[in-house]
Ligand binder design. Structure first.
Ligand code: DGT
Ligand code: CA
Ligand code: CA
Ligand code: ZN
Length: 574
C-alpha cells in the first residue's frame, strides 16, 4: 500500500523534472503537480486505501487532482512507479533531492549545469566548484561560484537533521498506534520532538508497560520500518523509510516520570537536574529519584521535579537557558497554550500564489477553530507570486469585507503581504494600505545586501505608519537558506518604539522569528503574531509549529496579539 508521502514525493519529483527538461508551459504543468503533491502530503486519509475502495473516481474528488494526475497516481498505487517519471529520470539522470536542496538551484540552472558540466549530484557540483569550472557556465561569475560553496556547506551542515514539520505527522501517528497496544499505559515521542525543536535528529519513543515485548514486537514490524538496527529486552532501534532513525524504550509504569524526564532532555538540562539532586544528597536516573536505597519519586515527571524543589518545566523550555533558575523560584511563565490562537494574520488565496479561494480558506479556518483570518495576498512587485496592484488589492479588500459580512462566526479581515523594496519603501501607496484592516510587510528580494542596508530596510518598514506587522522578519528557510543578514536587536528595538508586531511565521520551513529571537522580542515587550502563512486550506495545521517556537521563546498568551478576539486585536494595532 503506497503511503501518501511516497505518492506526494513522486508527483513533486515529476513536476520538478518536467521543469528541468523545459519546453512549453512547463511551469504551469509543474505547478499542477506541486499542488497535487501538497494536497496529498497533507491529506488525512490514505489515498491508496481510498483508491482501493472507490477507484479513480475517489481520487478525482480530492482538490487539485484532475484526470491526468489521477491516472498517474493510479499507476503509482498499482505499479509502484509512474511511467513518465521513469522516462524523465532516464533522460535526465540527476539526483533531484540533493540538487534541489541547494538554495538558488532552480530547474533551469540545474539543466544548464547538467548540459554543460554533466553535474548530476552534490558531489559533482562540489567538484566543479573546486575546479573553478562553474564560472565558465553562462549566468555564473566567480562571485556566484564562491556563493555556491557557502550554500553547499550550509546544506551539508543541516543534513541528517529533519525539519520537524516534515516528520511530525508520522511521529504522532506512530505514537497513537503505540498507545493502543495491549498493556501499554503511556506512549510519547520524547527527545527533541517533545521539546519541539525546529529540526529533529532522531525520534525517541518512550512507552510504559509491564509487558515490553508487545510494544517492541509491534515497533520493529511497523510498515514504515526499513531496517531493524538492534533489538533488546526493553529497547529497539530502527531506521524508518525516508531515512530517519527511531528508538523505542519500554519502562515499567513506576519509572515513567523519571524516564520521560531523562529522554526528553536536553542533555544539559538533565545534567543540571542531576547536580541539584546530588546537592540534596539524592540520586536521579532513568528509573527514579532515590534517597539512599529508597525510591522517593519516579512515577510522574511532576514528582521528579517536585522532590528536587523545582516547579515542573514545560518541555519546550528545557534547553538549560535559565529555566532551572526560574523553576527554583517558582517563576516559570504560563506559556501560550496550543490551540489558543483566535485568528491567523497571514493567509494567501489563489488571487496571488495560494491554491484556494477566499471562501475556501475562510471555511477551513473556521473548521480549524479560528474566529478570524486576514487575507494577505502578495503585492505587485512580487510578479512571480502573482502579486496584486492597488486596484486589485482594493477589490480583494472589498471582497473580504463582503465575505466577512456573509459569514457567521468567521471574520475575514482585509490585508496584504506588502513587498518591502530595496530601499525600504513599500510597493503599494499608503492611501491604499490605510483602507485595509491590517497590513503585513515582508522582504522577498535582494537578499545579499549587507547587514546595515538590510536592517535599514526593515527599520524603515517598521517606522512606516501603515505597517502593523513585519512578516517572517529574517527570511530564513531552515536547512535551505540562511536568510538575509539582519541586526535583529535593532529591529526589535524599533518594533517596540513603533508598536510594530513581529511575526512568527509558523510554516515549518520558516519558523521565523525563531525561538531565540522570539525570546528577545518577548523580553523587550514587543508583541508577536503567530501565522500559518497558509497557501492551502490544510496549512492552518502549521500553527502548532509556530506556537511551539513561541513557547520555546518563553512567550505567554499576552505576548501574542492573535490570541485576542478580532475587535481587541484591531484596537491593539498601531
Ligand atoms: P536530536 O535527536 O539530536 O534531535 O536531539 P535529542 O535531544 O532528541 O537527543 P537524543 O536523541 O540523542 O537523546 C534523547 C534524549 O536522551 C536527550 O534529549 C537526553 C537523553 N540523553 C541522551 N544522551 C544522554 C547523555 O549522555 N546524558 C544524559 N544525561 N542524557 C542523555
Ligand atoms: Ca532524538
Ligand atoms: Ca535518540
Ligand atoms: Zn505566498
Amino acid at each position: 500500500m503506497a503511503k501518501n508521502s511516497e505518492i506526494s514525493r513522486a508527483l513533486r519529483e515529476l513536476g520538478f523534472l518536467v521543469e528541468v527538461e523545459g519546453g512549453d508551459n512547463v511551469q504551469f504543468k509543474a505547478r499542477a503537480y506541486y499542488k497535487a503533491a501538497d494536497t496529498i502530503a497533507s491529506w488525512t486519509e490514505n489515498v491508496s486505501e481510498l483508491y482501493a475502495k472507490g477507484g479513480i473516481n475517489t481520487l478525482l474528488q480530492i482538490p487539485s487532482i484532475g484526470r491526468a494526475i489521477a491516472a498517474k497516481i493510479e499507476q503509482f498505487i498499482r505499479e509502484g512507479r509512474i511511467g513518465q517519471l521513469e522516462e524523465l529520470k532516464a533522460r535526465i539522470p540527476i539526483n533531484t533531492a540533493e540538487l534541489q536542496g541547494i538554495e538558488g538551484l532552480g530547474p533551469k540552472t540545474i539543466k544548464v549545469l547538467y548540459d554543460k558540466l554533466q553535474i548530476t549530484d552534490l558531489a559533482g557540483l562540489e567538484r566543479s566548484v573546486a575546479e573553478g569550472r562553474l564560472r565558465g557556465v553562462p549566468g555564473f561569475t566567480e562571485r556566484k561560484e564562491k556563493d555556491m560553496l557557502k550554500r553547499i556547506e550550509f546544506f551539508r551542515r543541516g543534513k541528517g537533521r529533519r525539519i520537524i514539520g516534515e516528520v511530525y505527522p508520522l511521529v504522532k501517528q506512530i505514537e497513537a498506534r503505540l498507545l493502543k497496544l495491549a498493556g501499554v499505559k503511556q506512549a510519547v515521542a520524547a527527545g527533541s520532538v517533545r521539546r519541539m525543536r525546529e529540526t529533529i535528529g532522531d525520534i525517541d519513543y518512550l512507552v510504559s508497560s509491564d509487558s515490553p515485548e508487545v510494544a517492541l514486537d509491534f515497533f520493529v514490524k511497523m510498515a514504515e520500518v526499513d531496517e531493524v538496527i538492534a533489538r533488546g529486552p526493553a529497547k529497539a532501534f530502527v531506521k524508518l523509510a525516508g531515512g530517519i532513525d527511531a528508538d523505542l524504550l519500554v519502562v515499567p509504569p513506576e519509572s515513567w516520570g523519571s524516564a520521560l524526564q531523562y529522554f526528553t532532555g536536553n542533555k544539559e538540562h538533565s545534567v543540571a537536574l542531576r547536580r541539584i539532586a546530588i546537592a540534596k544528597s539524592l540520586r536521579l536516573n532513568e528509573w527514579g529519584v532515590y534517597e539512599g536505597d529508597k525510591k522517593i519519586a519516579g512515577e510522574t515527571e511532576e514528582q521528579v521535579y517536585e522532590v528536587l524543589g523545582l516547579q515542573w518545566i514545560p518541555p519546550e523550555m528545557r534547553e538549560d537557558r535559565g529555566e532551572i533558575e526560574l523553576a527554583v523560584q517558582k517563576k516559570i511563565p504560563k506559556l501560550i497554550e496550543y490551540g489558543s490562537l483566535k485568528g491567523d494574520l497571514q493567509v494567501h488565496t489563489e488571487r496571488s500564489d495560494g491554491t484556494a479561494s477566499m471562501e475556501q480558506m475562510a471555511a477551513a479556518a473556521k473548521e480549524f477553530g479560528l474566529e478570524y483570518i486576514a487575507i494577505t495576498d502578495h503585492t505587485k512587485s512580487l510578479a512571480l507570486a502573482g502579486g496584486l496592484d492597488e486596484e486589485e488589492l482594493l477589490d480583494q479588500a472589498s471582497k473580504a469585507g463582503a465575505l466577512s459580512d456573509s459569514l457567521d462566526g468567521m471574520r475575514v479581515l482585509s490585508s496584504a503581504e506588502v513587498n518591502i523594496m530595496k530601499d525600504g519603501s513599500l510597493d503599494i501607496a499608503s492611501n491604499v494600505l490605510d483602507k485595509l484592516d491590517i497590513v503585513g510587510a515582508a522582504i522577498h528580494s535582494n537578499f545579499s545586501l549587507p547587514i546595515e542596508v538590510q536592517t535599514e530596510r526593515l527599520v524603515k518598514a517598521a517606522r512606516n505608519p501603515s505597517v502593523d506587522i513585519l512578516f517572517h522578519p529574517t527570511g530564513r528557510l531552515i536547512n535551505k537558506r540562511e536568510g538575509y543578514p539582519v541586526d535583529i536587536e535593532k529591529v526589535i528595538d524599533v518594533a517596540l518604539d513603533t508598536r510594530t508586531a513581529l511575526e512568527i511565521d509558523a510554516h515549518y520551513d520558516r519558523l521565523d522569528l525563531k525561538d531565540e529571537y522570539a525570546r528577545m522580542a518577548v523580553q523587550k515587550g514587543v508583541k508577536l503574531t503567530i501565522d500559518s502563512d497558509a497557501h492551502h486550506p490544510v496549512h492552518f495545521a502549521y500553527l502548532v509549529f509556530g506556537i511551539a517556537q513561541a513557547r520555546r521563546g518563553w512567550a505567554t498568551a499576552n505576548d501574542v496579539l492573535n490570541t485576542l478576539p478580532a475587535e481587541k486585536l484591531l484596537n491593539a494595532l498601531k
